[in-house]
Design a protein around this ligand. Structure first.
Ligand code: ADP
Ligand code: ZN
Length: 209
């Protein structure tokens, strides 16, 4: 199954994609995670995009599309994938349609207030990517991942100014994709849930699985 998970920042796309990927044996691919690892490796790509990503802006379509195109050409995703964080603009979606046939698009709805609360307290593991929260899902030992022992940190784009900017960018550039995919007849929608079990239920119900 070739799928896209869409929704505002903080909707829970990445967490859900990891779980669904495990269940259905398909690989989640997160452009945000690819960009973050480029940034921490200090590669040419990382240096080029660091300021943009940390301020909450979008990496240019050409760079992003090229990266996804190369990733989707690899053997491990020929039967399926879950794209998390791509496409984020109409031009990205139009390009994607030229090299891969997406079967389902899931849109996760969440209010701005919930986004601020979730992202404002988020802490991320640098190694396994697990998302903790200073109130809802605390690490046992400050700065250390409970799951893999990796370093837990606050993303620069999870600071309040950058979150507001990401919400604006989402509204202007990404939200139009909902109508785009609805017209194509591949759109499924669900509400973001607080508890993970409810999220899985909501996911299965909305996808008819
Ligand atoms: P979130 O969904 O929580 O905003 P992501 O990890 O998906 O976070 O993305 C982090 C950042 O990486 C984005 O704010 C943006 O700067 C960059 N990025 C990720 N995906 C794309 C994309 N498809 N196009 C442009 N920029 C992207
Ligand atoms: Zn970890």
């Amino acid at each position: 199954m070739k799928m896209i998970f869409m929704g505002p920042p903080g909707a829970g796309k990445g967490t859900l994609a990891a779980k669904v990927g495990e269940m259905f044996k398909i690989l989640p691919i997160s452009t945000g995670a690819i960009f973050r690892s480029a940034m921490s490796s200090g590669s040419a790509l990382g240096l080029k995009i660091k300021a943009i990503v940390e301020s909450g802006g979008l990496v240019d379509d050409q760079t992003t599309v090229q990266l996804v195109k190369e990733r989707l050409a690899q053997a491990d995703v020929q039967k399926g994938y879950i794209l998390d964080g791509f496409p984020r603009t109409i031009p990205q979606a139009e390009e994607l349609a030229k090299f891969s046939a997406v079967e389902r698009v899931l849109n996760i709805r969440i209010s701005d207030a919930d986004v601020m609360e979730r992202l404002g307290g988020r802490q991320v593991c640098r190694t396994c990517g697990y998302n903790f929260h200073v109130i809802f899902d605390k690490v046992a030992k400050e700065g250390v991942c409970d799951h893999c022992g990796g370093e837990v940190y606050t993303r620069n784009d999870d600071k309040p100014d950058a979150i507001l900017k990401r919400l604006d960018v989402y509204r202007e550039q990404t939200a139009p994709l909902i109508g785009y995919y609805r017209e194509k007849g591949v759109l499924y929608e669900m509400q973001a849930m607080v508890k993970f079990d409810d999220t899985m239920e909501s996911f299965k119900k909305s996808m008819g699985l």
